[in-house]
Design a protein around this ligand. Sequence first.
Ligand SMILES: NC(=O)c1ccc[n+]([C@@H]2O[C@H](COP(=O)([O-])OP(=O)(O)OC[C@H]3O[C@@H](n4cnc5c(N)ncnc54)[C@H](OP(=O)(O)O)[C@@H]3O)[C@@H](O)[C@H]2O)c1
Length: 250
Amino acid sequence: MSAKRVVWITGASSGIGAALAEEMAQNGWQVAASGRNPDRLAAVCARAPEAIRAFELDVTDVEANASVATAIENTLGPIDLAVFNAGVGSGFSVDRYDANDVFDRMRVNYGGAVNGIGAVLPAMLERGAGHIALTASVAGFRGLPGGGPYSASKAAMIALAESLKLDLTGRGVDVSVITPGFVRTPLTDKNRFPMPFIIGVDDAARRMRRGLEARRFEITFPRRLSYFLKLLQRLPYALYFPIIRRVAGL
Ligand SMILES: NC(=O)c1ccc[n+]([C@@H]2O[C@H](COP(=O)([O-])OP(=O)(O)OC[C@H]3O[C@@H](n4cnc5c(N)ncnc54)[C@H](OP(=O)(O)O)[C@@H]3O)[C@@H](O)[C@H]2O)c1
């Protein structure tokens, strides 16, 4: 059992999750790092061998989520904070619409978070203490061109977080939703379009840790992009569609 606060991070074998694991470890947390790829997970653990432990997991597997949560609590102690961060991106074209591929984004991004919450929430409620965070995206603020499946999965995560925040009022369990703009990771390396205000992964991890430690509901960055998209979010369709068409050159 660890005397430190315990954080479980999914999608910790790469990109934002890996950087967050290291950032949390450097700031006194015991980290349980999950992902499917054992080699990449081992490399993340090697960044702070005392403080990061690997727990292999495919987030789409409901039972595996429960088993991993139990394994973490049995070896490290109660999970104080769970960051459901595993996710898949990639573009989308209406000319190559494939229902399985479209749904896959929902299964991993939203479904993974749903499964993770199911694995930690009962124990957190019993203890009357805990913190659940979902890594969504600014892409979930509104439907964006070329990103329907991804935006839909992230919008679902934001709505779920908002509802949970209300439902968990007075129960001792906090909820956060993280909505990053563009962060340089293997996920965005595939993008072939301009990514305004893109930031580095360590910067993103630092902003996430600070927001999580402050137990803020919304952790959004970089604000220049996020606030612009929030402004668009408030526009009526009669303005939103022409503006986005113009920005995207459609
Ligand atoms: N990069 C950005 O600009 C950006 C912006 C906003 C939000 N986000 C969100 O941030 C999160 C992390 O993205 P990233 O940019 O760091 O991407 P990344 O480098 O591609 O990392 C994705 C992570 O998700 C894990 N993962 C994918 N499918 C999984 C599955 N079925 N089961 C378990 N783990 C799975 C991967 O691990 P394995 O392959 O080892 O399973 C990997 O650790 C995602 O939710 C993404 O949507 C990213």
